[in-house]
Design a protein around this ligand. Sequence first.
Ligand code: 5GP
Length: 196
Amino acid sequence: MRRGVLMVISGPAGAGKGTLAELLLARDGGFVFSVSATTRLPRATELDGVHYHFLTEEQFGAVERAGEFLETAMVHGHRYGTLFKPVMQMLDEGRDLLLDIDTQGAMSVMSKLAECVTVFILPPSFAELERRLRSRNTENEADIQRRLHNARGEIEQVSRYRYALINETVEEAYQTLTAIVAAERQNTVRYRPNIL
Ligand code: 5GP
């Protein structure tokens, strides 16, 4: 048995990271999604405990003080955090785990769990990023502006990641992502063939 792959994906809002994550979870039976905690309000389609654990500021603070977060970050004005225990449990059980977290969170995970596989998802251009962000229709204008502004700062962090991937078309990007997954599953960091 091998240890699970801890895959961290980041990228600016509108890069298509969410779609790639959904495809990976739907098509690759080995992956589970790490459900983060956030103080952001749920969107119309989001379910508590499935997309996020939606917490109040007070609840989030209590979890933080109890030392239960692997990492936390303030993103677009809200708090987000990855719970430590489920991550370690999944990896120990040999399940592959997908973390969709921002660049600050990814840096923290890299410093604590060096074997993590980090992938940065890029849009083909800033113009395309803006178009995708607007077509989602989930944020108001102020949020869109904030996310576009933050995107530039996030993209500067790309070289800190092990892999970068331009999401021109979802299918192509997905094929590349699965190649990364296939290679990393064979990485001797987590897998030692045992031949007798
Ligand atoms: P959204 O509000 O659009 O779901 O997510 C906003 C940003 O927060 C995304 O870049 C997403 O990757 C990031 N994010 C989601 N969960 C976490 C988390 O647990 N930790 C960190 N650091 N970032 C997160």
